[in-house]
Design a protein around this ligand. Structure first.
Ligand code: GTR
Length: 305
């Protein structure tokens, strides 16, 4: 077989847990295939924004990528379940479920759309931040213009909380915060930190409304072109990368939290999230009404916790 160069998409900068783990994946694959396969990771979304990169990977124009299941929803409808707010109780339970039979169900759905999910990365819990004031109750979101990822469920989520949702690509958020086009956004600590959003948005409120897994996904056409031996090497390297990412993630969350706090961000914990959760009920009901086939998957996830 001829040597293949694989191109991989990554939204994050150098040094971010995912970037480090993706590089380890690339190195392990090159080494163990003795150069038959040479993956190269392109950081900072230089190959396009996330919805675009997902499509490019489906078509085989890109070979792999680390994708969040949020922007995956419009393409692989089953993965929308993972964008339902407050679905998982915590990150550990998300990992446990995604590593088991539940995760296989999502991987099957992705495979039907030509994406081979080889392992699951974490992206912690996402919370709201803004330039104006702390969010303590849902009423504090009233009237705030908030950026969300590209998925209609997030528009519904922000609407239900009284804010105005603006779907926008990740790369545009910093400038939009600075110029006042938006008042805030939502993300985990490492992204809030590495994107520099914390320089503008000085209030971070721990709503922890979304715990969304991410995949290390390979294009089906690139995967099918591999020998059995190389497929096992790639799969194993992806699993090692996920182990490393989760470890670095856990450390990174704490580090980023401390860094943004030291930079003057006011952080508030929200011990009782019930007021936020109860506003999400209509979203679950509408989702189940329009996707009755996915109700059992939601039930299985809830019951397993
Ligand atoms: C990050 C996630 C990215 C991207 C980004 C965003 O936490 O890792 O894949 O989805 O958030 O908000 O667009």
């Amino acid at each position: 077989m001829q040597a293949a160069d694989w191109r991989g998409w990554n939204v994050h900068p150098d040094g971010y847990p995912n970037s480090v783990a993706l590089q380890s994946f690339a190195d392990e694959v090159s080494e163990k295939t003795e150069g038959r396969l040479n993956p190269r990771v392109y950081n900072n979304a230089v190959l396009g924004d996330q919805p675009d990169a997902i499509e490019q990977t489906r078509s085989g124009a890109l070979d792999f990528g680390n994708f969040n299941m949020g922007p995956m929803g419009p393409i692989v409808s089953e993965t929308n379940v993972l964008s339902l707010p407050f679905l998982f109780n915590n990150v550990d339970q998300m990992y446990q479920l995604m590593d088991g039979e539940i995760g296989e169900r999502f991987a099957d759905a992705l495979a039907e759309k030509d994406l081979i999910a080889l392992s699951w990365f974490g992206s912690g819990a996402r919370s709201f931040y803004n330039t104006d004031h702390p969010i303590e109750t849902p009423d504090d979101l009233q009237g705030l213009k908030l950026r969300v990822m590209n998925n209609d469920l997030y528009v519904q989520m922000v609407d239900a909380l009284g804010g105005n949702a603006t779907p926008m690509s990740y790369g545009e958020v910093f400038q939009s915060l600075k110029t006042g086009v938006i008042d805030g956004a939502e993300n985990n600590y490492p992204s809030f930190d590495s994107s520099n959003h914390f320089e503008v948005a000085k209030y971070y409120s721990e709503t922890e409304h979304l715990i969304i897994p991410e995949c290390l996904c390979v294009a089906a056409s690139s995967w099918d072109a591999l020998s059995d031996e190389d497929q096992s090497i790639v799969r194993e390297a992806a699993q090692h990368a996920a182990e490393e990412q989760r470890q670095l993630w856990a450390e990174g969350v704490e580090k980023s939290r401390e860094e943004v706090e030291a930079a003057g961000v006011e952080i508030n914990r929200i011990d009782d999230k019930a007021a936020f959760q109860s506003r999400m009920e209509p979203i679950y009901q509408a989702f189940i009404a329009s996707h009755p086939d996915l109700e059992s998957l939601i039930d299985d996830i809830r019951q397993a916790q």
